[in-house]
Design a binder for this molecule. Structure first.
Ligand code: FAD
Length: 285
C-alpha cells in the first residue's frame, strides 16, 4: 500500500510553516505507483498537485485537492560531467554532491530550499544563473500516462518559467551538464553565494522566498519599500524588515493572512506607481 498522510499539517511540508491542514499527501515509491495514483485521482475527479519542498507555495486549508510528494524519486547518477537525478532530490544537497565530484554550475542553487523538480518547474535562479543554464533534458509524465524526454528547447525556459507551468507534466528526472572544476573553487563560490543570502534575506523566519516577480528592469522589493510597507502586518504575516519582497511568518500566520497581505501590497504599489506586481509564489486554495 502506498504511503499516505491524512490531515497533514501544512507547516510540516512547506517553508512558510503556515497553520492548517491538507486533506491527504501521497508518497508514491516509483513511476508505476505514481501513474496508478494519477489514474485513480482523475477518475474520481480529485484535484491534485505535486509537492516539492513547498518553498514556493502558499497552501490554504480550503484547498480541497490532494498533494503528491516525490521524495522517493531521489536517485542520483553521475558519469563524468553528466548528472542524472530524481526530481525529488534536494537541490542544495545536489550542489554539494556535484562539488564533491568536481562539477561546477549549480553553485547558485546552494541555499535555495527546493527539490530538483520544483526548481525546474520554476526555472529557479539567483546571481545571474538559472536552472536552464545547466539543464540538458528531463523525463516527464503527462496527463495521459505517457513518459517522454524533453530537451532544453522543448522546456521553453524563461524568467521563473518553464513548460511545466503551462502543461500538466510531472517532472520525474532531470539531466544536467556541468563543467569540471576544482573542489575548492566550487566551494568558495557556494560559500560566497550563501553569505550573500544570509546578509540580504530574512532566513531567521519562515518564508517562501521572493513574493513577487521583479518587473522589467525594476526591483519588486524596492517598490514595496518605497510604498512604506516594510513591517506591515496581517495577523502573523509581515512584510520583512530586512527584505521587502519577502513575507515572513512571525509564528501563527495562515494562508489567508498571507493572501490578504499580498493584496494590500499590490494595491498600494499600484496606487503609487501604476505597476501591478505579479506573484512569484503560488497559491493553493
Ligand atoms: C529562503 C528561500 C530562498 C529562496 N531563494 C530562491 C532563489 O534564490 N531563487 C529562486 O528562484 N527561488 C527561490 N526561492 C523559492 C523556491 O525555493 C523556488 O521557487 C523553488 O523552485 C521551489 O521548489 P520546491 O521544490 O519547494 O517546489 P514547491 O514549492 O513544492 O512547488 C512549486 C511548484 O512546482 C511544482 N512542482 C514541484 N515538483 C514538481 C515536479 N516534480 N513536477 C512538476 N511540477 C512540480 C509544484 O506543483 C508547484 O506548482 C526561495 C525560497 C526560500 C524559502
Amino acid at each position: 500500500m502506498m504511503k499516505k498522510v491524512n490531515n497533514a499539517k501544512i507547516k510540516q511540508y512547506t517553508t512558510y510553516k503556515l497553520e492548517g491542514e491538507i486533506k491527504t499527501i501521497y508518497f508514491p515509491e516509483n513511476i508505476l505507483e505514481l501513474k496508478e495514483l494519477i489514474n485513480k485521482l482523475k477518475s474520481n475527479n480529485t484535484r491534485y498537485k505535486i509537492l516539492g519542498n513547498g518553498s514556493n507555495l502558499i497552501i490554504s486549508s480550503s484547498y480541497d485537492g490532494v498533494l503528491i510528494k516525490l521524495s522517493k524519486f531521489d536517485k542520483l547518477d553521475i558519469v563524468n560531467n553528466i548528472v542524472r537525478v530524481g526530481s525529488g532530490y534536494n537541490l542544495s544537497k545536489l550542489a554539494l554532491k556535484c562539488a564533491e565530484n568536481n562539477l561546477s554550475g549549480l553553485e547558485f542553487t546552494f541555499g535555495i530550499p527546493a527539490t530538483v523538480g520544483g526548481a525546474i518547474y520554476q526555472n529557479a535562479g539567483a546571481y545571474g544563473f538559472d536552472m536552464a543554464s545547466v539543464f540538458k533534458e528531463a523525463l516527464v509524465l503527462d496527463e495521459f500516462g505517457d513518459i517522454f524526454t524533453l530537451s532544453k528547447d522543448e522546456m521553453e525556459f524563461g524568467y521563473r518559467d518553464s513548460i511545466l507551468k503551462h502543461k500538466d507534466y510531472i517532472c520525474l528526472e532531470v539531466t544536467f551538464e556541468l563543467k569540471m572544476c576544482l573542489y575548492d573553487e566550487i566551494m568558495l563560490k557556494m560559500k560566497n553565494n550563501f553569505n550573500l543570502r544570509k546578509e540580504k534575506q530574512p532566513l531567521d523566519y519562515p518564508s517562501a522566498g521572493s513574493v513577487f516577480r521583479n518587473p522589467l528592469n525594476l526591483s519588486a522589493g524596492r517598490l514595496i519599500e518605497e510604498a512604506s510597507l516594510k513591517g506591515y502586518k496581517v495577523g502573523d504575516a509581515m512584510v520583512s524588515l530586512k527584505h521587502a519582497n519577502f513575507i515572513v511568518n512571525l509564528g501563527c500566520a495562515n494562508a489567508e493572512n498571507v493572501i490578504k497581505l499580498i493584496k494590500i501590497i499590490q494595491d498600494k504599489v499600484k496606487d503609487e506607481t501604476g505597476i501591478l506586481l505579479e506573484l512569484e509564489q503560488e497559491i493553493l486554495k
